[in-house]
Design a protein around this ligand. Structure first.
Ligand SMILES: [Zn+2]
Length: 1094
């Protein structure tokens, strides 16, 4: 018998009815062989970028006269108190959103689908990528950079040049790249003529009216041996470990008009050979402006104070409490022999595991990232894996070896994570003069005067200033400088690193005030949060703030100092949006604080009687963009429905009955309006964060583009309602508190460099890829993660170590230009077994999830699911055929990959990729946004939650943090087998915590923790634990609080029993169990085994 929905050939399934895989492995072979072949040959990833994005035009400067003339015609100006009287109310109210709980009924389990059942990728609208037909089939799933030179930049590269074909396929004539030149993937492979336009003007980043100055000649000034005298170093001030010095001097001195205006960030950050000096002649004539003077900061080192946001504390990492003790001998290539001699792996790591026999491979404590197989002296200096990790901690020597392993090579980054780190203030930032790498712990000193770059092997001089170590106050110890002792470090950047004076912090809030929005009651929460946190917004005396509200019209608020109350300006012309009184709408927060507070107190009441149901989100965003264009900054948009008016209006696309279909769902944007506007925003250093509070379909797949390409974030509060959904209200408040007060970096760019021979080709995350590999991040926040894919372009046979370095250049909220640098060092290996031994299964799963999101959008969801399964099958097949000598029965995996099938199964059941009707389209789109934007640790928690038994918490093995005792119960497998009716179990799924209480749960837990006398008395909706004066209560609350504190978002707690609606979610997350639409873990293992042993 064959179940509906399963291809007839998959008859093996029929024998596997039992929930937890009690079936035997002897079923008929489950053949889906053709899938792999077809999948492979059909996914060439010769991507095209259909939409062309004519470059970013500076916003129209408003002519005051025309504003005036238009002003009278199309808008009404009135004091706030008159608002209701002026509003024309002629539309009927809509019904408030009914809250529809997700129903978890769905079709039968579905195995990876036959490729022929998804004959064609869904048509890809502009803004997406077409799988190329003419490209030779890659050997496997997009792990490798096809030698033909086609590339996928999912941030959709747009050059700084004026004419763009919007085609990323280099072989077909890239507009700004000499065709097919592989050096573009690598900054330092060739020093030949670089692409002409890389250094050409980026008009959008220029301040209108600012003089177009010369580009910098790139890099630190040449070091002249006689420039600095030894004596001068004795005058270097003693290093200070106080919190960051006040750098106001920098910013205040930059306000004169004369300054160096760089043509692009590419030059500033330094594109390696791409920015070689001769190229700068192609741009404006060089006449280095000198009027722009920054006080040169004395060398010194400060520790930044840890961010002290009220409310949710920053994540607890503080692994660097300042510059470390300098006891190590210098490391580098000249110490390789020593470095590599200490290799050792824990014997457990060398084990081969038969997953069909060893059913429980899940460790009881959180899985730690594997330590690279490096000498301890190097490893001690290495970057913390929470910030920077690689899918393969042993990097294959050649692409052929990587191809053989069938595992993806890539990096996962959390570059701006909250942490305490050493900050270097020095007039000379030492970088490789060839590839622009920052000096780091893994360079080698040939002697006291020369260092060799660990990325391109260029030999560089040690600048005179660098000879002095201000920490030890010793001269002649360049290898003991903090830059060479810390893999994570931050520099105060001198003026060469600025395109313009550092921008002030600018915060613009855009509020939906339609009838639907008012119904949710969200304005109260948001305005109150803002009032509470107004003084905690990161910034300084230059901080600016502004507000826009909109329904069918757009409302501005003049907050000019001196007004007795905020003045509202209504613009009803949404076809051609203009800004009335642009100078009074974004105001200095300090100077206009009372008016701002006034407005925040009034706003929630102003629209309570509105009957306006339309939403002109697009025009409101255009207006907000115009308002922010001159400065850049952060735009926070609150939207509660599908936009219906003006540009960017959307139509409902969700068909509930088709939710289960994996191929006909709308994951691609229905318009490129939001993406285009996001790119405009990016060009003007504006990032857009979208808060969607809606119970109805709002087409997040389209709306989300506004954040994705502008380096913003998406927040989603489905079914938000101030009365009906109090936990969402609590969640919004907590998350706003974090959002408003967390660290923020403005006008940022990030570049990732790697050792010569390696090449980065695909980027994942929210940003925009500018000039081939420079990520443009108008804002960077401490909660965002990124991923990149890499290939081995040239054999690494001549080196035993490779390094990766990310450099994030940003403007702090205090107006300092800073560079945060992380450097990761890994060994190179030459055998397949070593590659497998060093595999980082979480990083691999995280990267695959990112790739699968792209695949879902460019091809189809079922393609993405197939590819995930094939990733496991292919790599384990490779392991079996190339590493294992005797082919034992069973499913043999290297110890490092023992959780790989489990994690991939968990991904298939994750909201992003699951099948079945339970996933609503916006929820799926949001889950995909999260995959792309979250740091790995949260992605893994969302994918494979942690399950704990909590009715018997004890202090045994508990953590002790600040006099608090935090119990550490063991992590259980995600299977109902692990539950028992006489217990209580907590599932931590990242953004949600579910505490399931068994029917026969002990009286002690009920009364001492839940505060109820019997199971039947547990309230139906219980989202909080009472604080009882019992040790049991204290332990449980301590544990839950501790889980919550460690993340930047607020997980809702649901206490549930068998009858609760959340029970379905709880069961859905039981990854190892069979569900209505997915296999059990054991069934999945059998399927993998059959594929592997073919
Ligand atoms: Zn170099």
């Amino acid at each position: 018998m064959s179940q509906p929905g399963i291809p007839a050939s998959s008859g093996a399934l029929s024998g596997l009815q039992a929930q937890n895989g009690a079936a035997s492995a002897s079923g008929s072979p489950f053949t889906n062989g053709p899938i792999q072949n077809e999948l492979m040959s059909s996914q060439g990833y010769s991507s095209q970028l259909p939409g062309s994005y004519p470059h970013l035009i500076p916003a129209k400067t408003l002519n005051p006269v025309s504003v005036q003339s238009k002003y009278g015609g199309s808008q009404t100006v009135s004091p706030l108190s008159n608002y209701q009287g002026l509003q024309t109310l002629h539309r009927p109210p809509v019904a408030s959103n009914a809250v529809t709980p997700s129903l978890h009924s769905g079709p039968v389990p579905r195995m990876p689908q036959h490729a022929s059942q998804n004959p064609a990728a869904t048509p890809v609208p502009s803004g997406s990528f077409h799988p190329g037909a003419s490209v030779p089939p890659p050997l496997n799933w997009q792990y490798n950079y096809p030698p033909t030179g086609s590339r996928t930049n999912h941030g959709s590269p747009v050059s700084s040049g004026p004419a763009l074909s919007g085609n990323t396929n280099l072989t077909t004539g890239h507009p700004y790249v000499s065709s097919g030149d592989p050096s573009l993937q690598n900054n330092f492979i060739k020093s030949g003529p670089a692409p002409p336009l890389v250094n050409s003007p980026l008009p959008a980043t220029l301040q209108p009216g600012a003089p177009l100055g010369p580009p910098p000649t790139g890099g630190p000034p040449p070091v002249s041996a006689h420039a600095a005298q030894k004596a001068s170093h004795r005058a270097v001030p003693q290093p200070s470990f106080n919190s960051a010095v006040n750098q106001e001097g920098i910013t205040s001195s930059t306000n004169n008009g004369s300054m160096v205006v760089h043509n692009s960030y590419d030059e500033i950050e330094g594109g390696g050979f791409l920015a070689t000096p001769q190229l700068t002649n192609k741009t404006t004539p060089v006449s280095r402006s000198v009027g722009y003077s920054y006080p040169s900061l004395p060398p010194g080192y400060q520790n930044t104070a840890p961010p002290s946001a009220a409310g949710m504390p920053p994540s607890s990492l503080s692994y660097l409490s300042g510059p470390q003790a300098f006891t190590q001998t210098p490391l580098g290539a000249n110490h390789l022999t020593a470095s590599m001699s200490g290799l050792s792996l824990h014997p457990e790591g060398l084990r081969v595991v038969n997953l069909l026999q060893e059913r429980n491979m899940l460790p009881p404590t959180p899985l730690q990232p594997p330590a690279p197989n490096l000498h301890e002296d190097i490893q001690k200096l290495n970057c913390n894996p929470e910030l920077f990790r690689c899918t393969l901690t042993s990097v294959p020597q050649t692409q052929a070896l990587l191809n053989k392993a069938k595992l993806p090579l890539g990096l996962l980054l959390h570059p701006f994570k909250d942490l305490v780190l050493p900050v270097v203030t020095s007039s000379t930032i030492v970088r490789c003069r060839s590839c622009r790498t920052y000096i780091n712990p893994f360079v080698s000193f040939l002697d006291q005067r020369r260092w060799k770059c660990n990325l391109c092997y260029q030999v560089n001089d040690v600048p005179e200033e660098f000879m002095y170590n201000p920490l030890t106050r010793v001269y002649g110890e360049p290898h003991k400088r903090p830059e060479v002792q810390n893999a994570t470090i931050e520099f105060m950047a001198p003026s060469e690193y600025m395109l313009r004076p550092p921008q002030p912090p600018v915060y613009l809030f855009v509020f939906d005030v339609s009838h639907n929005a008012v119904e949710t009651g969200y304005l109260n929460s948001v305005c109150q949060s803002l009032l509470d946190n107004l003084d905690l917004l990161p910034g300084n005396t230059r901080t600016k703030i502004g507000f826009i509200t909109f329904d069918s019209t757009i409302h501005f608020y003049s907050l000019q100092e001196g007004l007795s109350q905020p003045q509202m300006l209504i613009v009803s012309d949404i076809e051609d949006v203009f800004i009335p009184m642009p100078e009074n709408l974004l105001v200095n927060l300090n100077e206009s604080k009372e008016l701002v507070q006034d407005l925040l107190k009034t706003l929630p009441q102003m629209f309570t009687k509105t009957l306006e149901t339309q939403s002109a989100l697009g025009p409101a965003l255009q207006a907000a963009f115009k308002l922010m264009s001159p400065t850049g900054g952060r735009m926070s948009v609150f939207q509660t429905q599908l936009p219906t008016l003006g540009v960017g209006a959307l139509r409902p696309r969700e068909e509930p009955n088709h939710r289960s279909s994996a191929k006909e769902i709308h994951l691609t944007p229905s318009t490129d309006f939001y993406k285009k506007l996001a790119l405009d925003c990016s060009g003007q250093q504006v990032a857009v964060d979208l808060f969607l509070l809606s119970g109805q379909y709002s087409d997040l797949a389209s709306l989300g583009c506004i954040s994705r390409y502008s380096a913003g974030s998406v927040y989603y509060y489905p079914s938000y309602h101030h009365q009906h959904n109090p936990v969402q209200v609590q969640k919004l408040q907590k998350e706003l508190q974090r959002y408003l007060t967390r660290k923020i970096g403005f006008e940022a760019v990030m570049r990732i460099r790697c050792t010569k021979g390696l090449s980065i080709h695909t980027f994942h995350g929210n940003f925009f890829v500018r000039s081939t590999d420079l990520l443009s991040l108008p804002n960077v926040n401490p909660d965002a993660g990124y991923a990149v894919q890499m290939s081995v372009e040239e054999s690494l046979t001549d080196t035993q170590l490779v390094s990766f370095q990310s450099a994030l250049l940003y403007t702090s909220s205090k107006g300092e230009r800073r560079i945060r640098v992380h450097t990761l060092c890994l060994p190179v290996v030459s055998t397949l077994n070593e590659v497998f031994l060093g595999a980082d299964v979480q990083a691999i799963s995280g990267l695959l999830a990112n790739m699968a999101v792209d695949r879902s959008v460019t091809a189809s969801l079922s393609d993405a699911r197939d590819a995930l399964v094939n990733a496991v099958v292919d790599s384990l097949s490779a392991y079996r055929s190339s590493v294992l000598s005797n082919h034992q029965p069973g499913l043999m995996v290297p110890f490092s990959l023992r959780l790989f099938p489990l994690y991939v199964l968990a991904l298939l059941k994750q909201k992003s990729f699951q099948t079945g009707t339970s996933a609503r389209l916006d929820e799926r789109s949001f889950a995909m946004c999260q995959v792309k934007n979250q740091p790995l640790v949260y992605l893994m928690l969302t994918t494979h939650p942690n399950l704990y038994r909590v009715d018997n918490l004890s202090d045994e093995g508990a953590l002790n943090i600040n006099d608090r005792t935090i119990p550490q119960p063991p992590i259980l497998q995600l299977s109902v087998e692990k539950l028992s009716r006489d217990g209580a179990f907590l599932m931590d799924a990242g953004s949600v915590l579910i505490l399931w209480v068994g029917k026969n749960c002990g009286q002690n837990f009920l009364s001492q923790v839940l505060g109820v006398q019997s199971y039947a008395l547990i309230p139906h909706t219980m989202t909080d634990l009472p604080e009882l004066d019992t040790p049991e209560s204290a332990r449980t609350i301590a544990f839950i609080s501790w889980l919550r504190e460690q993340r930047p978002f607020f997980p809702i707690l649901y206490v549930i029993r068998d009858e609760s609606p959340m029970k379905a979610t709880f069961l859905q997350n039981m990854v190892e169990d069979r569900t209505e639409s997915a296999l059990s873990y054991y069934e999945f293992l059998l399927h993998i085994q059959q594929q592997v042993n073919k």
